[in-house]
Ligand binder design. Sequence first.
Ligand SMILES: NC(=O)c1ccc[n+]([C@@H]2O[C@H](COP(=O)([O-])OP(=O)(O)OC[C@H]3O[C@@H](n4cnc5c(N)ncnc54)[C@H](O)[C@@H]3O)[C@@H](O)[C@H]2O)c1
Ligand SMILES: [Zn+2]
Length: 365
Amino acid sequence: MSLTEYAAAEVRLGDRGYKIYVGAGLSGRLGEVVAASKPEATGCVVVTSEPVDRLYGEAVAASLASLSPRTFLVPDGEEAKKWENAGTLVGRLLDAGLDRNGVVISLGGGAVGDLAGFVASIYMRGVAVVQVPTTLLGMVDSGIGGKTAVNHVKGKNMIGSFHQPVAVVADPLLLRSLPVREVRSGLAEVVKYGVIADEALFRYVEENTERLLGLDQECMSHVIGRCASIKTTYVEEDECDDKGVRAVLNYGHTLGHAAERLASPGLRHGEAVSIGMVYAADLAVRMGLMGQEEAQAQRRALERLGLPTKLPAALEADELIRYMRRDKKSEEGRIRMILPTGIGSQPTLRTVEESRLMEALEAVT
Ligand SMILES: NC(=O)c1ccc[n+]([C@@H]2O[C@H](COP(=O)([O-])OP(=O)(O)OC[C@H]3O[C@@H](n4cnc5c(N)ncnc54)[C@H](O)[C@@H]3O)[C@@H](O)[C@H]2O)c1
Ligand SMILES: [Zn+2]
């Protein structure tokens, strides 16, 4: 099949536009992807972490052979996003002689993608980056949309830029090595897209739970493609996340981020978002925004995916609320949350009274 037949979605942003290719085996065709998206490219570097390099580095480098790739390893997981790593990586790109026509290939989860995207945005005032996410979260969310970030000791994602990739390549075959907990975590974001924008996607996940958990390639490609096109529409309307449109993608994340930050033992991001969506839906029902059956359907779908739907008992409601006040959507310390209005219908941004929130935090059983 020709490459263009795999273009499941396209971000239309003029000369910053790009295609999102989704399909089994595409990580073996990266040379073609670079040729199609950055024809003037003269060289490339692959940025990845050791565990991902061990699994896929060789095949990826082989698919880029015509561009004489060099591979640079960065620390794995959130460690990758240490501010110092950005400077180190810039130094290595300079040593490698990457010029302004060079391409950075980011191979890894959201953490590697955020660092590689950030470095690509500042290196020589910006070079092209191709995002090749290797986690489901990366394929449906972080790889798309051009948000890049590293962490500061004073806060996560406190340093960053908007730098759209020149292409995104999602190869569901790469998910086979991913721990099942990471797969479930990514599927929480898929449910999120269904609830906020696409009832058919939600039903598809309900009907194909087992096949998705079994990493059926056809099912995975379908949902990744759908999520990518949904995210694309928000990115096109609100490229720099300053118009409030992209905030909808934050459904489940206000409480989710607080739970993710405060829970011990830790929660994966998608697990925390799953819990956050259940409580947000409960609030929506209490506020008359959504029917009880729809909230229950969402909860059942998450449960069937093996995702948690209740806050860990050890988390204190007032501590969660304190953390939620610091959320980026808050206004003068008043908590604002994205609340659903149904399955597949546009959610709404609402100020939530803390007394009501407290009730909801104590109510879900
Ligand atoms: N830029 C954005 O728009 C955006 C959106 C959401 C999240 N993020 C960021 O993404 C990060 C989280 O990303 P993540 O959930 O992908 O986690 P991650 O990048 O930390 O990766 C999780 C683990 O999975 C391993 N891994 C990755 N791919 C694998 C594979 N195919 N097989 C086996 N193991 C594999 C990694 O080595 C790592 O240990 C956070 O830093 C978050 O801030 C960014
Ligand atoms: Zn998320």
